[in-house]
Write a protein that binds this ligand. Structure first.
Ligand code: KIV
Ligand code: ZN
Length: 398
């Protein structure tokens, strides 16, 4: 298996990718995921505990609740950079700057749409107007703080030359991070890699700023596209816990972080995330917004480390590497799960019975296994208490 490839730039040490968490802004914009300011503070503390580099706390111009949350978090969460989003409107930027008042490490994040479709139908602006507005709003934001991020909404569907021009204007006006969102989740990984590599190689001043990817999941490629952007030179990725976000969601932090960890030799890049906090953070968010995590969700879903089939369980009992590429403990699960059900084999049942204190001879095991199989015809999962009952004759297996 070819496990490594020349990393971008061939760096001897892994490139550090900043994690910009937007659970509290883009994530919260997903239907049914709104949070109260207090809930946002609880989540922001968990994000700080995870070690994220930047927390986007909201969109202050959009509501009193967003302003309140941004103010509270600015007071109570001091380690990560705190960002808030603004349209390229002077009043938005002022509201954002006020909401960050007192923050230890404030960042103003300003954005404007750049694609032809958005220019014509949403902004009703010419290219020249978009260019001037972008530069003016970055300059205004720099009047408040030194850390200014500029985003080109619908950037990946924008004409390349124009995109490069807008990015260049934002850098010249003082932007320190350039975010190129795949707002509609339309792009493919290969396009993403090429786009970032092109912008970084050609836009004047690009090497003095951090490039950032912000991918949506409309075609299920948000994580793949974010990884491709890193290959193209992005050093910040915007993501959310559990991948919540507009429509199909945003790049899922837990997936991106673990892809970089597990395939570190391939990407030659890593993050500062404490991966053992991923499952607790996922569960916390799920409780706060009342949105369950799908069982088969990578890394944080209940089935991510659960094994039911006999062949897999047999392999796992001999060596966990046969069917696991990560340790569940490394992402915050207590252990792998052997789920006993219709697909389970004799080895797993015998192993479970031994763990419960039953050392059986061959004949007794035959009998117990037959009882177990009959039970599986009546219920999907056989729990320890069912096995105990079976062994004590309280459940008839036939
Ligand atoms: O998806 C998007 O384009 C955004 C920007 C406003 C950053 O969320
Ligand atoms: Zn977005």
């Amino acid at each position: 298996m070819n496990d490594t490839k020349p990393a971008p730039g061939n760096a001897a040490t892994p490139a550090q990718v900043r994690i910009f968490d937007t659970t509290l802004r883009d994530g919260e914009q997903s239907p049914g995921c709104s949070m109260t300011p207090r809930q946002k503070v609880v989540m922001a503390r968990a994000l700080a505990g995870l070690g994220v580099d930047v927390i986007e706390t909201g969109f202050p111009a959009s509501s009193e609740s967003d302003r309140e949350a941004a103010r509270l978090i600015a007071r109570e969460v001091r380690t990560p950079v705190l960002a808030v989003l603004s349209r390229c409107l002077p009043a938005d930027i002022e509201a954002s700057a006020r909401a960050l008042d007192g923050a230890a490490r404030p960042r103003l994040h300003v954005f404007i749409s750049t694609s032809a479709l958005h220019r014509e139908h949403k902004l009703r602006m010419s290219k020249a107007q978009v260019l001037d507005t972008a530069a003016a709003c970055v300059a205004q934001a720099r009047g408040f703080v030194d850390d200014v991020e500029f985003s080109t909404e619908d950037g990946t569907r924008t004409e390349r030359e124009f995109l490069a021009e807008v990015v260049g204007a934002a850098i010249a006006a003082g932007a320190t991070t350039i975010n190129v969102p795949d707002t509609l989740g339309y792009t493919t990984p290969e396009e993403m890699r090429a786009l970032f590599a092109h912008l970084i190689a050609t836009v004047p001043g690009a090497r003095e700023v951090v490039f950032s990817a912000h991918c949506h999941d409309d075609l299920g490629m948000a994580v793949a596209n974010s990884l491709a952007a890193i290959e193209g030179g992005a050093r910040q990725v915007e993501c959310t816990i559990n991948g919540i976000g507009e429509r199909a969601g945003n790049c899922a932090m837990e997936e991106l972080v673990m892809a970089l960890k597990v395939r570190g030799a391939w990407y030659n890049a890593d993050t500062g995330i404490d991966t053992r906090q991923l499952v607790p953070a996922s569960k916390l968010l799920s409780r706060l917004v009342g949105m369950p995590v799908q069982r088969n969700k990578a890394v944080v879903g209940a089935n991510a480390f659960a094994h039911e089939s006999g062949i897999h369980q047999h392999g796992m009992l001999r060596h966990r590497g046969t069917y696991e590429i990560m340790n569940p403990e490394d992402v915050g699960w207590p252990a792998s799960k052997m789920v006993l059900g219709r697909h389970s084999g004799r080895a797993a049942v015998s192993h479970r019975l031994r763990a419960l204190g039953y050392t059986l001879g061959e004949g007794q095991l035959d009998q117990a296994f037959a009882g177990f199989k009959a039970l599986c015809e009546r219920q999907r999962v056989v729990e320890d208490r069912d096995l105990e009952a079976l062994m004590h004759g309280d459940i008839r297996g036939d």
